[in-house]
Design a protein around this ligand. Structure first.
Ligand SMILES: Cc1cc2nc3c(=O)[nH]c(=O)nc-3n(C[C@H](O)[C@H](O)[C@H](O)COP(=O)(O)OP(=O)(O)OC[C@H]3O[C@@H](n4cnc5c(N)ncnc54)[C@H](O)[C@@H]3O)c2cc1C
Length: 439
């Protein structure tokens, strides 16, 4: 029997545990189905240190000032566990210049302070984090998937896929984006109130020579935002200077993503251009919509994501194996960081994505191209699909993130409370403060 069980060892779960032990709690167990802790913190680990990115203050129900306090604590914690000192984006003059340049093309440039840790260095930080928690008596149970939760009198009874049983007084459910369907199923059984969202981000990932996106020398992950002609939001997301394009595998489909290492750099930079689609009646399940788009894209790629040269995309042609490195079109100038054939298939995203989305993405590319003096739409640049970001369903909670079921709290991306490492960590801190308040 534990006083508190946390499901999920991502940033929301880890920061919740940290706050609980630092405030005297000594009966805590973190359970994770993965064989290593940290959830998505292993991926690139860029810390967005601004309230405008990766979190929704309305959803977290906190003021900007309070969010800044949390961000400061989170950043200091990462530094304590070994994050690098360097911070990007503190040059205000430079921000102004880029903001003016963007504005001329009706694009907003969002300032953000960022600290980049990198997929390689994040391992060390997670190890230090884990050691700290274990030294304070937190039990971390890995390779343990919780499949059943039940309320028995005044405590919760949990069962793992191997039949192991756990009991606790409080539960913090923080299963991340990959666990959002699981959370929905558990919520149905426990009668936790939630509602489906309406939004989904569908986009592409661009990859180019690092020289084509020089802004990253001074701003690690520049955030541009604009409204399309159809009034949808288009925005740049998750830039990885000198990074790699990566795969994000789910049970039924594979998405595109990206990261960068601290110690080993590539010749390329990649970032996502996302189109936020808001579904209206009668379709109310954006998850299914996004999943179908992803499956269709994988189907055309023979079970893999699709890769396409910008030159082919603009000429309205599919990319093919035999012409992917066509020297006569300068295609040999950008070498993809994902292996063609093995991991991605040359194809045509226009076949996979709905017309309206393709049109909006093209509009976004054209406007970015204007800001960057024609380096975005170079023929040799590459686009990858599907890059889809699911918004989790929304849970009705108190200000402390307690659900309608007493003593069950939720936090992180899986519960729709955040959309990034820092936001997830904030939600973990809020929920754990809620548990602390109960005594
Ligand atoms: C490729 C990639 C790159 C990214 N790069 C960045 C970045 O640079 N900066 C940034 O801010 N964000 C980034 N993100 C997003 C970031 O990883 C997430 O926002 C963040 O990790 C969410 O934290 P979380 O605590 O909500 O969940 P997660 O970090 O996803 O952790 C949830 C954990 O719960 C566990 N779990 C789920 N269900 C169960 C179950 N039934 N039983 C036991 N355990 C379970 C999972 O195994 C997982 O470890 C990236 C994401 C990806 C995929």
């Amino acid at each position: 029997m534990y006083e508190i069980i946390i499901i999920g060892s991502g940033p929301s779960g880890l920061f919740a545990a940290l706050n609980l032990v630092n405030n005297g709690k000594d009966s805590i167990c973190i359970i994770d189905k993965n064989p290593f802790p940290s959830g998505g913190m292993l991926n690139d680990c860029k810390l967005n240190l601004s309230t405008e990115i990766g979190m929704d203050l309305g959803e977290l129900r906190i003021t900007k000032e309070k969010a800044k306090e949390y961000i400061d604590f989170i950043d200091k914690t990462f530094l304590f566990f070994g994050a690098p000192d360097e911070v990007y984006g503190s040059d205000e003059k430079l921000y102004k210049e880029w903001a003016e340049r963007a504005k001329r093309n009706d694009v907003e440039f969002i300032p953000s302070l960022q600290r980049h840790i990198g997929t390689d260095l994040s391992k060390k930080i997670i190890k230090n984090f884990r050691n700290y928690l274990e030294e304070k008596n937190v039990k971390i149970r890995l390779s343990t998937e919780i499949v059943h939760i039940e309320k028995k009198d005044s405590q919760f009874f949990l069962k793992s896929s191997t039949g192991e049983e756990f009991f606790s007084k409080y539960l913090l459910l923080a299963p991340g984006r990959s666990g959002s369907s699981w959370l929905r199923e558990i919520s149905k059984k426990l009668k936790i109130s939630y509602s489906n969202g309406k939004k989904i981000d569908v986009g592409i990932r661009l990859e180019m020579n690092k020289e084509s996106y020089p802004i990253t020398d001074v701003i690690y992950d520049p955030k541009f935002k604009m409204f399309s002609k159809y009034k949808n939001v288009l925005r740049t997301f998750c830039t990885n200077p000198k990074g790699r394009v990566t795969l994000e595998r789910y049970d039924d489909f594979t998405l595109i993503n990206g990261d960068a290492l601290k110690m080993k750099k590539t010749e390329n930079t990649n970032f996502a251009l996302l189109d936020t689609i808001i579904l209206t009646e009668p379709l109310t399940d954006p998850f299914v919509y996004g999943k179908l788009i992803s499956i269709a894209t994988n189907l055309l790629g023979n079970g893999k994501p699709i890769i396409q040269r910008i030159g082919d995309f603009l000429d309205e042609k599919r990319s093919k194996f035999e012409t992917f490195f066509d020297k006569t079109r300068w295609f040999d100038r950008v070498k993809p960081t994902l292996q063609i054939g093995e991991l991605v298939t040359p194809g045509d995203i226009r076949m996979a994505y709905p017309y309206k989305i393709v049109k909006e993405l093209k509009e976004g590319l054209i406007r970015l191209n204007k800001i960057f003096g024609n380096t975005i739409l170079k023929e040799e640049n590459i686009i990858y699909a599907p890059e889809v970001k699911f918004y989790s369903i929304s849970y009705q909670t108190t200000d402390e993130l307690e659900t309608n079921v007493k003593n069950i709290f939720v936090a992180g991306d899986g519960a729709g409370k955040s959309r990034g490492i820092v936001g997830a960590a904030i939600s973990g801190l809020i929920a754990s403060n809620g548990i602390l308040k109960k005594g």
